[in-house]
Design a protein around this ligand. Structure first.
Ligand SMILES: [Zn+2]
Length: 182
């Protein structure tokens, strides 16, 4: 039987090391049983526990504005800022809508899957089993403005995932610390 293109690609790459795949197999090994990309009333999270109403999303560090790894592209400031803001707004809307309907929403950064996988598994386990679980706050970069005449300094604006009114900004040297998969 002929292999599909994606099957060929995964043979070439060896194994699928996407963050989604890594998290799913760690959850599975921990005995947690879930559904993949199941529908919820508000989108398809990466991992869903439909009965217990727990949804897990893995957010890419660049596209979703990770405070540690978002790197401002050198050109088209306005385009990238509006893209970021759009993504953060979408993440916020989806998270709040699910939470209003009694879902527990776990949002992890891509880099956390590689750096602290077991911590994430425990966090999901708590979300599933612990009455007292509450979501961690999560800062998101929404805009980065280069400062004129300041060398490579830039002002980074951040908002809370769940609360657009919670904002702060810091002035830092332009980050070039892009997240790379190990
Ligand atoms: Zn990151």
């Amino acid at each position: 039987m002929a292999l599909s293109r994606s099957e060929q690609m995964s043979r070439i790459r060896g194994r699928d090391t996407s963050p989604e795949r890594l998290l799913r197999s760690a959850l599975w090994r921990a005995g947690l049983r879930f559904r993949l990309h199941a529908r919820t009333p508000h989108g398809r999270p990466d991992v869903v526990f439909p009965k217990l109403k727990v949804a897990v999303f893995i957010d890419g560090c660049f596209w979703h504005g990770c405070p540690e790894h978002y790197v401002r592209p050198r050109t088209r400031d306005e385009f990238w800022s509006s893209k970021l803001q759009e993504n953060v707004r979408r993440d916020r809307r989806q998270t709040l809508l699910l939470e209003e309907e009694g879902w527990r929403v776990c949002r992890f950064w891509e880099h956390q899957v590689f750096e602290s996988l077991q911590v994430l598994v425990e966090y999901v386990r708590h979300a599933l089993r612990d009455e007292a679980w509450s979501a961690l706050s999560s800062w998101r970069v929404v805009q980065v403005t280069p400062l004129a005449g300041e060398g490579d300094m830039e002002e980074r604006w951040m908002e809370d995932l769940r609360n657009a009114d919670a904002k702060h900004s810091t002035v830092v040297r332009r980050s070039t610390k892009k997240w790379k998969r190990p």
